[in-house]
Design a protein around this ligand. Structure first.
Ligand SMILES: Nc1nc2c(ncn2[C@@H]2O[C@H](COP(=O)(O)OP(=O)(O)OP(=O)(O)O)[C@@H](O)[C@H]2O)c(=O)[nH]1
Length: 322
């Protein structure tokens, strides 16, 4: 997986024409888990491309969303929550985040309006202060969750936290200032031609989006510690041969990895009831994504302590980025 080769992506496509002064480039969103990064990216792009959830650290992979405007093309690299490494998996995530930070044109640092600034935010602010070459825009998110005075207080607190190219309050939920965020981020992009054809919203391979949708479904209603122990790999995904025109079907075989057999029992549920629910919830989402009917075969497997085992991490796609 080489989804951070931004230099290669910068090679302009032979596109017919673009207005003078057109800007294009990359932005990435950082912030503690659960601060609303994925939701804001979706609001900017206008379609569900990243997975959102109430649970922290849902976003494990870098998903790009593309904002197409008449005057700019903003490619958003959505990163996992920047946090202090605890497990080997954590260390990999952080090195992925760091390599992203130096390659993008602008960094959006998200802090929620309704929570006091904490140690996690201060840690990230310190990390960002080291990225001297990349402008950082601070976004005060979820403004709908507090009143005007609360937003003002948070803006002032964020101002004190570091040196920002801009500070913008925004609510992805109500739509307040989402366009302003796009304007501000685009303002930091270099002039250049569009890098993606019009209409592309993400270049994430379907398999990865499908795996994330299955993982999202599998997180529903399980104990708090379980989410971090579930990984999903799509083993095979192909259109069914000889399916009738207008009744196309895609066969998907996926493995859901847990760390211990006790977790396997939880995921499968009594007589397989839970796994069936996960399967049908995921299937509905995947059918909406792909626009065809889907046959989904889900297998639960134990990959002992996969979060701490480099070989397993590689197999599950969390390879060290070079
Ligand atoms: N009220 C309100 N809730 C929001 C807003 N943006 C996000 N949320 C909620 O906050 C929770 C976390 O949002 P995410 O977008 O998944 O957060 P994230 O920062 O991407 O989280 P990670 O993937 O864990 O890093 C979800 O329940 C969202 O519905 C907002 O503008 N207003």
């Amino acid at each position: 997986m080489d989804d951070l080769d931004l230099e290669k992506l910068r090679a302009p496509l032979p596109l017919p024409s673009y207005p003078e002064g057109f800007r294009s480039g990359f932005a990435c969103f950082v912030g503690r888990p659960n601060v609303g990064k994925s939701t804001l990216m979706n609001a900017l792009v206008g379609q569900k491309v990243a997975i959102t959830s109430d649970r922290p650290q849902t976003t494990r992979r870098t998903v790009r969303g593309i904002v197409h405007r008449d005057d700019a093309q903003l490619i958003i690299v959505d990163t996992p929550g920047l946090h202090k490494p605890r497990t080997l998996l954590g260390e990999r995530l952080d090195s992925l985040v760091r390599s992203t930070l130096v390659e993008v044109d602008v960094i959006a640092f998200c802090l929620p309006a309704d929570e006091p600034i904490g140690r996690g935010d201060t840690y990230i602010a310190r990390e960002l202060a080291a990225q001297r070459d990349t402008p950082v825009v601070a976004l005060v998110t979820k403004t709908d969750r507090t009143d005007r005075a609360g937003v003002t207080r948070q803006l002032m607190a964020v101002e004190q936290l570091g040196e920002w190219a801009d500070i913008v309050p925004v609510s992805a939920q109500s739509g307040f200032q989402v366009d302003t965020v796009a304007d501000v981020l685009c303002g930091h992009l270099p002039e250049g031609p569009p890098l993606y054809p019009d209409g592309d919203l993400t270049d994430e391979p379907d398999e990865m989006l499908v795996a994330e949708l299955i993982r999202e479904a599998s997180l529903e209603g399980v104990r708090d510690e379980l989410p971090h122990s579930i990984a999903v790999v799509v083993d095979e995904m192909a259109p069914r041969e000889n399916s009738r025109p207008g009744r196309e079907l895609v066969d998907i075989y996926a493995s859901l990895y847990v760390e211990r057999s006790s977790q396997k029992a939880i995921v499968i549920g009594a007589k397989g009831a839970r796994l069936r629910e996960v399967g049908s919830a995921a299937r509905r989402q995947i059918e909406a994504l792909l626009g065809t009917r889907v046959f989904l075969d889900l297998r639960v497997k134990v990959a002992k302590d996969w979060q701490r085992d480099p070989k397993q991490l590689r197999r599950l796609g969390f390879d060290q980025q070079t």
